[in-house]
Design a protein around this ligand. Sequence first.
Ligand SMILES: Nc1ncnc2c1ncn2[C@@H]1O[C@H](COP(=O)(O)OP(=O)(O)OP(=O)(O)O)[C@@H](O)[C@H]1O
Length: 269
Amino acid sequence: MLKLTKVKKTFNAGTVNERVALDGVSLTVENGEFATIIGSNGAGKSTLFNCIAGSFYVDEGSVELDGRDITYVPDYKRATEIGRLFQDPMRGTAPHMTIEENLALAYLRASQGGRGSAFSRISREQRSYFREKLSLLGMGLEDRMKQPVGLLSGGQRQALTLLMAATLVPPKILLLDEHTAALDPATAEKVLELTRNIVEENNLACLMITHNMHSALQMGNRTLMMDGGRIVLDISGEERRGLTVDGLLEKFNAGAGKALDNDRILFSK
Ligand SMILES: Nc1ncnc2c1ncn2[C@@H]1O[C@H](COP(=O)(O)OP(=O)(O)OP(=O)(O)O)[C@@H](O)[C@H]1O
């Protein structure tokens, strides 16, 4: 379980470029809870992920994972418990290493911690475990384990990254930062389907930033909307079921006191 309490983060404090990116955000995400996050430009969505992952420390407030205070735990230590995917499919895997080497490295990192742990030989057991996991993707990657990852398509690479981040050693929380935005619509749909299955099967706590309002409502079981460094809307259950995109926009207007000003979101409506 993830718990943020009154988290504040300001960039360039005291200068003309001061930006309050998170303005006292409190949020609890239980295991099995899958929340989509949508918001205006510069709302603080990526900063929220950076604070959870430890890319930088918060100015005020606390971050807890499974009841432990991790507010000042460095990012590489948190990486053993926090899986993260970015928009760019090239991030998260090493192109010159083979599929099985990437998997072995991810496995070692997640199970033993630390950056760049050296790994020796990939055992027969490991190889068959990786093969079994890869076959779940339904992309034929289990027959290409000795090929460099650089040869894969963007969608295949993102699916592999998802596997590495979320299933080899299931994380305590999975952070997805627009992880399908750079993919063509058919491939994005496939990766979203995989995401849904992986989160459900592993009963993960998951946060997914998206600019697609349909995905925001169709994926997961909770939707958060952010504006100006705050969570202005948090809907789940009955309130969320059957909600349309227009209904969500209306709720945003009521919660934020203004219309959503994110063209990427509005164009995807
Ligand atoms: N490293 C940084 N240095 C200075 N300002 C930053 C930094 N990171 C974010 N900001 C500022 O903090 C605010 C929140 O940014 P953030 O990237 O978290 O928003 P976002 O909701 O992810 O936006 P978008 O959807 O436009 O990517 C913005 O005003 C942004 O310019």
